[in-house]
Design a protein around this ligand. Structure first.
Ligand code: COS
Length: 383
């Protein structure tokens, strides 16, 4: 990619996912958005194609894809349906990645293999009512009790929380350690464990086919063997997951922007006003020119971050830059794409209003744009 071209394997995954997205995902996109329902049928097909847990190593049943191939898959799905792209992103970046990196052999076989087959789904639970951007301020507690920990607390806004079988839950271990960071531990909680339940499912502006819900832990007993990584390693794991995950949100934003741009370009050639297609007017041409330039810049940043990941280089700054820029491009592009469609763009018969609603979350989850700027500035100024 340093010569601006994909490898044959990356091109192949791009072709396969693009074809799948057009044939299987696009026809469902407005339906699942309207019905606010999880696309189990699509997830099943992705599992059959070994596209679901695409980054999981082969030995646990995954596709062992490199980061750039995975990012291209999220982009291609999000071009037609940001909910589906987001489901792939959350599953891989927020669940499979930390399990692959920090899990024991036993945990990987137990929790990753069924995910690759689409038999189970996973989620990541960090956010709490008082711990959003200030993620370190966890109120959920985990009290040691013999071979178990007893977890109490509430997590909110958990992507896939309503359908997940396994959830990575962050909690502060009591008795407290002095440093906030040193208190947080990650646990793998399984559906059906006593004291674990799903709370309110949120009604959202966008990505409505990807469920978001509250998770409640009331004296939830989790065996010690379900600790992910080490006791007190939780915040480090959370930050590492987010540094990685932000690339996939950048890819989701990139896909949304590209989908809206392609729709607007097509429409501008077909729609006639004042006796000619509206693409003949400079006002429209300039919008298209700006959109295309910004999308290309976003793609370079997102792909660069994925290449950094593949090369094992530091990610914090590049992933924050990729997500920040791509999400702002997604908002700008979807706004202008509606403008080009005029009144039709505002109507639900066209997908533009969905793209516009879906774009907004990319400026918020896995760290708001303000947090990305903080991360970028702290990297710029350190040392
Ligand atoms: N990787 C590893 N460690 C990191 C890190 C990273 N990317 N960022 C911060 N840390 C470490 C710091 O080194 C520091 O360690 P020490 O206590 O040993 O010094 C500790 O974490 C606290 O860092 P800092 O003092 O910078 O904390 P702040 O609270 O000021 O800022 C931010 C931390 C804002 C970067 C972090 O809270 C964050 O990313 N928040 C957004 C969370 C988020 O994305 N939420 C969305 C919900 S998940 S969908």
């Amino acid at each position: 990619m340093t010569n601006f071209s994909l490898t044959p394997a990356q091109k192949m995954i791009q072709r396969i996912v693009r074809d799948f997205a057009q044939k299987e995902v696009e026809p469902l996109a407005s339906i699942i958005d309207e019905e606010e329902r999880f696309p189990y049928e699509t997830v099943e097909k992705m599992a059959a194609m070994n596209l679901l847990a695409v980054i999981v190593p082969r030995e646990y049943g995954g596709a062992s894809a490199d980061a750039l191939s995975y990012i291209i898959a999220v982009e291609e799905l999000s071009k037609v349906c940001a909910s589906t792209g987001g489901i792939l992103a959350a599953l891989n970046s927020l669940f499979c990645y930390p399990l692959t990196k920090y899990g024991t052999e036993e945990q990987k076989h137990k929790f990753l293999t069924p995910i690759t087959k689409g038999k189970k789904l996973g989620a990541f639970a960090l956010t709490e009512p008082e711990a959003g951007s200030d993620a370190i301020r966890q109120d959920t507690t985990a009290i040691p009790d013999g071979d178990n920990y007893v977890i109490n607390g509430t997590k909110i806004f958990i992507s896939g929380g309503d359908i997940a079988d396994f959830v990575i839950v962050f909690a502060k271990v009591v008795p407290n350690r002095k440093k906030l960071r040193g208190r947080i531990t990650a646990f793998i909680v399984e559906k059906g464990m006593p004291g674990f339940s799903t709370g309110t499912k949120e009604k959202k502006l966008g990505i409505r086919a990807s469920g978001t819900s509250e998770l409640v832990f009331e004296d939830c007993v989790v065996p010690r063997e379900n600790i992910l990584g080490e006791v007190a390693q939780g915040f480090e794991i959370a930050m590492d997951v987010l540094d990685n995950g932000r690339i996939s949100i950048g890819a989701q934003a990139l896909g949304i922007a590209t989908g809206a741009f392609e729709a607007a370009t097509k429409y501008s050639k077909e729609r006639k006003q004042f006796g000619q297609p509206i693409c003949k007017f400079q006002a429209i041409q300039w919008m298209l020119a700006d959109m295309s330039t910004q999308i290309e810049a976003a793609r370079l940043l997102v792909y660069k971050a994925a290449i950094y990941k593949d090369e094992g280089r530091p990610l914090s700054m590049v992933s924050a830059q990729a997500k920040l820029y791509a999400s702002e491009v997604a908002m700008h592009t979807t706004t202008k794409a509606i403008q080009i469609h005029g009144g039709y763009g505002y109507m639900r018969d066209y997908p533009l209003e969905r793209y516009f609603r879906d774009a907004k979350i990319t400026e918020i989850y896995e760290g708001t744009s303000e947090i990305q700027r903080l991360v970028i500035a702290s990297n710029l100024l350190k040392g």
